[in-house]
Write a protein that binds this ligand. Structure first.
Ligand code: SAH
Ligand code: SF4
Ligand code: F3S
Length: 435
């Protein structure tokens, strides 16, 4: 067998694509290696959410291009979100690349590999999803299996590149999703995370399906396991979905609902379809109905035109809503997007860095406050790993509401559900002891 190495940047969707590529390539005679220098085929799975991620992609293949000079049989594939946008222009920049593979052409990989093995150089970035079939997936060994249920985005937030790199929203067929989940459970996975840019959009393009129905079907599968889903668009969270989460025993009390900004004017400029009061209502409603619910978010610091006062509204929102955790980033202009054209409104780098630091400071305080709520409580933990930390044997797992817990324990019981008493709270995790 030949060897293939995949370097994955970006979000979980890309990581999930990599597991699919490894599976498809095994049928083409390639086995997975962790050592790029040993590989006969190198794949970079790129992300373009921010300039920094895009720069990383180009610098990685630069190195690989040099290797090809001494090993002309080496095949180099440029895949993922940057590939989708770059298309054939990539060949000018990186003439040593054999295949440019767009995000919507993933399942075409086996036939494209045959072509590049025959010496062709190919670009496949058509914005028409290649028909998916039931394929092998070589999952990263873990407790949690990520399962994409829909792809693409129709929202066109003014800062975001995703609608351009992943195309329009489309749902995967329920039978493919369910058969994939059954296989993952048979392989021993204990947690299933349904994945999509906007999971609430699931089924809009299928007769009779929505996220709640899919959750019910997954919940009905045999065995003890947990179900999660990410990401929710704030205003798409319906009462039916909340009822479903409450009704189904395997579905966890966890919602990731990116807010992006706590300022109404900025939200409008971002083309987000809610204001602060609306987001707050959704949050309050969730907290009143779902006991111990964890609500996490994403925020952008330094969006074009953001004033200090508007930024303060974001800090205030984070604290007022007691968000349990947030991903944060400084605004990065993305070509093609609407906000990138507002050059005269750009916030200077120093201000963005300084705002991001304050946002992170606030985030840390919110996390600690959230974690402290659970000290003294008994919680169910799914064990994810065992390791020796500072000479002590420790197991680490997560609660249903996605809190990380460290527990002193001398055996590796990865994959087991245990009951734990929380003894102490830190910013990023809880400490507990076995009951
Ligand atoms: N679909 C999800 C988010 C996908 S992108 C949603 O609607 O929320 C993940 C996160 O990256 C976004 O939530 C946003 O906070 C951040 N992001 C997207 N574009 C960005 C940009 N141009 N600069 C900085 N952060 C960005
Ligand atoms: Fe990007 Fe907005 Fe779509 Fe999320 S909803 S992927 S932030 S365009
Ligand atoms: Fe994900 Fe980055 Fe693409 S965040 S969808 S890999 S642009």
């Amino acid at each position: 067998m030949k060897k293939v190495y995949i370097e994955t940047l970006g979000c979980q969707m890309n990581k999930s694509d990599a597991e699919r590529m490894y599976g498809m390539l095994e049928h083409c005679g390639y086995t997975q290696t962790e050592e790029p220098k040993e590989a006969d085929m190198l794949i970079i799975n790129t992300c373009s959410i921010r300039q920094l991620s895009e720069d990383k992609a180009y610098s990685a293949i630069g190195v690989w291009g040099k290797w090809k000079k001494t090993n002309p049989d080496l095949k180099i594939i440029f895949a993922g979100c940057v590939a989708q946008q770059a298309g054939k222009t990539l060949f000018q920049r990186a003439p040593y690349v054999d295949l440019v593979l767009g995000t919507q052409r993933l399942y075409e990989l086996p036939s494209l590999v045959k072509r590049i093995e025959a010496g062709e150089r190919v670009v496949s970035v058509e914005e028409k999803p290649f028909e998916e079939s039931d394929i092998q997936i070589n999952r990263v060994k873990s407790i949690n299996a990520w399962v994409p249920i829909m792809e693409g985005c129709n929202n066109f937030c003014t800062y975001c590149i995703v609608p351009y790199t992943r195309g329009r929203e489309r749902s995967r067929k329920p039978e493919l999703i369910l058969s994939e989940i059954k296989k993952a459970l048979a392989e021993g996975f204990k947690e299933i995370t349904l994945l999509g840019q906007n999971v609430d959009s699931y089924g809009k393009d299928l007769e009779g399906w929505n996220l709640s129905r899919l959750l019910r079907e997954v919940n009905a599968l045999e065995g003890k396991f947990r179900i999660r889903f990410v990401t929710n668009y704030p205003t798409d969270i319906t009462d039916e979905l909340i009822d479903t989460v409450l009704e189904l025993d395997k579905v966890c009390e966890y919602f990731h609902i990116p807010m992006q900004s706590g300022d109404d004017y900025t939200l409008k400029k971002m083309n987000r379809r809610y204001d602060y009061a609306t987001y707050k209502k959704i949050c309050d409603h969730l907290r009143s109905r779902v006991k111990d619910v964890t609500i996490t978010s994403d925020f952008i610091a330094g969006f074009p035109g953001e004033t200090e006062e508007q930024f303060q509204n974001t800090l205030n929102a984070m604290s007022e809503l007691e968000l349990d955790y947030s991903n944060t980033a400084a605004y990065s202009p993305r070509e093609k997007t609407v906000a990138a054209k507002w050059v005269d409104k750009y916030i200077d780098e120093d201000t963005k860095t300084e705002r991001l630091a304050r946002l992170n400071e606030h985030n840390r305080a919110c996390c600690l406050k959230s974690n402290k709520k659970y000290v003294g409580r008994e919680m169910e933990v799914l064990v994810e790993k065992h390791e020796i930390r500072k000479d002590k044997s420790v197991i680490t797992g997560r609660t249903r509401n996605n809190k990380i817990v460290h527990i002193p324990y001398d055996k590796d019981i990865t994959g087991e559900f245990i009951n734990v008493k929380i003894t102490n709270a830190r910013t990023w995790y809880l400490n507990g002891e076995m009951i």
